[in-house]
Write a protein that binds this ligand. Structure first.
Ligand SMILES: *Cc1c(COP(=O)(O)O)cnc(C)c1O
Length: 358
C-alpha cells in the first residue's frame, strides 16, 4: 500500500445494537470513519478513527456559502466475506468533476480508493447480506477556512462515512412534473453532486408531497418542455419497443446507475435512444397506449418504478404490474452485486485482505 493510513480502532462497537432486518435509512453509522485534511496545497495523512462528532468553528465557510460536495455508493458482501464495490472508479471520477466545478481540490484516486477499501475492510461486519440491503458509502468534502469572505477556501476536509441500509422503498412512485420551480439549468451546477442542489429542491418537493406525490419530475429550466430527472434518480421511458432516456446536457446529474443501465440494455440488444425527451411525447405515448414503462435509476433505490405522472391537469397512469425492462434491470443489478450473475464488464471490485494489508 502506498498511502499511509493511520488507524485508531473503536473498541466500543455498536454493531450488536443493529437489527439487520429493520434498518432505518440514513440514521445508522458504522464504528469507523475516514478523515483527511487538505492544507497548503496538499492532502495530509488520512486517518480511520472511531465514528463520532467533531467541533466546528461557526465561521466555517462551507456552512455559509455551501462549498460542499458528496458521492453515494454501495458495498455488498461476497460469499467469502469480502466487501464488494461496484464501479468505484466512476465515483472517484465524478467527485473530482464536482470538485472542479465547485473550485475545490481533486482527490487522488489512490487516496480515495485505498482509504475506502481499508475503511470497508475494517467495518466489513456491518455489510448486510440480505438481498437488496447494502452498506451505503458517503464520501464527502467541504471547505474548512474560517472566514466570511466569499472566495474559494484554502483548506478542506474529505471524509467517508458508512451506513448499513435495508432494501429501499420498492413501492411504485407517483411523480409530479414540475411547472413552476426548476432544479438546474445548463451552465449551472446541476451536474455536480453539491449540497445546494438538494437544499434548493426541498421546498418544491415538500409542496409535491403535500399534494400526494412522492417525488418531482424536473423539466428543463428554459422552456419546461424536456424531462430532466427525478429527485436523486435519472429517468427512463419505455415507449413502444424503444427504451429512451434524456441526454445529459449539463443540467442532469450523470448517474452511474444510468450508465450501467445503458450498458446492460445495449449489451442485451434493446432498442435504446439517448436523446431529449419532451413531456409532450410522454403524454402522447400514454394517450396512445404506447407508454409501457417509466422508471428511475440511482444507487440508493437501484430501479424505482413509476406508477403515475401528473402534468398540469393531466394524470398519466402507468400500468406497472409487469414492467419487463425494469424488472430485468433490477434482477441484473442485484445479481451482479450478489455475484449470482457473471460480471462480464468487470464492474465488481472485491476488497481482499491482501489489498488492504499490503
Ligand atoms: C446521485 C444522483 C443521481 C443518481 O446517480 P447514481 O450514480 O446512479 O447514484 C441522479 N440524480 C441526482 C440529482 C443525484 O444526486
Amino acid at each position: 500500500m502506498s498511502i499511509n493510513i493511520k488507524v485508531t480502532e473503536n473498541f466500543n462497537s455498536k454493531l450488536k445494537d443493529l437489527d439487520f432486518n429493520n434498518i432505518p435509512f440514513g440514521k445508522v453509522f458504522t464504528d469507523h470513519m475516514l478523515e483527511v485534511d487538505y492544507a497548503n496545497g496538499k492532502w495530509g495523512e488520512p486517518e480511520i478513527k472511531p465514528f463520532g462528532p467533531f467541533l466546528m468553528h461557526p465561521g466555517n465557510v462551507a456552512l455559509h456559502y455551501g462549498q460542499s460536495i458528496f458521492e453515494g455508493m454501495k458495498a455488498t458482501i461476497s460469499k467469502s466475506g469480502n466487501p464488494l464495490l461496484f464501479r468505484p472508479e466512476m465515483h472517484v471520477e465524478r467527485i473530482n468533476e464536482s470538485a472542479k466545478r465547485m473550485c475545490m481540490p481533486t482527490i487522488p484516486e489512490e487516496l480515495f480508493m485505498e482509504g475506502l477499501k481499508k475503511l470497508l475492510y475494517i467495518d466489513r461486519a456491518w455489510i448486510p447480506s440480505i438481498d437488496g440491503s447494502a452498506l451505503y458509502i458517503r464520501p464527502f468534502m467541504f471547505a474548512t477556512d474560517i472566514t466570511l469572505g466569499v472566495k474559494p477556501s484554502d483548506t478542506y476536509k474529505f471524509m467517508i462515512l458508512l451506513l448499513p441500509v435495508g432494501p429501499y422503498y420498492t413501492r411504485p412512485v407517483k411523480l409530479k412534473a414540475e411547472t413552476i420551480y426548476v432544479r438546474a439549468v445548463a451552465g449551472g451546477v446541476g451536474e455536480a453532486k453539491t449540497a445546494g442542489n438538494y437544499a434548493a429542491a426541498l421546498f418544491p418537493t415538500e409542496i409535491a408531497i403535500s399534494e400526494g406525490y412522492d417525488q418531482i419530475m424536473w423539466l428543463d429550466a428554459k422552456e419546461f418542455k424536456y424531462v430532466q430527472e427525478v429527485g436523486t434518480m435519472n429517468i427512463f421511458f419505455v415507449i413502444g419497443d424503444k427504451v429512451i432516456t434524456p441526454i445529459t446536457d449539463g443540467a442532469i446529474l450523470k448517474g452511474i446507475t444510468r450508465d450501467t443501465v445503458i450498458k446492460i440494455l445495449q449489451d442485451k440488444g434493446y432498442n435504446l435512444e439517448v436523446r431529449p425527451v419532451s413531456i409532450q411525447e410522454v403524454v402522447e405515448a400514454n394517450k396512445s397506449g404506447n407508454l409501457k414503462e417509466v422508471f428511475g435509476t440511482g444507487t440508493a433505490a437501484v430501479i424505482s418504478k413509476v406508477a403515475e405522472i401528473s402534468y398540469g391537469d393531466l394524470k398519466l397512469v402507468i400500468e406497472n404490474d409487469k414492467f419487463e425492462v425494469a424488472n430485468m434491470l433490477y434482477d441484473q443489478m442485484v445479481g451482479l452485486r450478489n455475484q449470482s450473475i457473471e460480471d462480464k464488464f468487470g464492474w465488481i471490485h472485491e476488497v481482499t485482505e491482501q489489498l488492504v494489508e499490503a
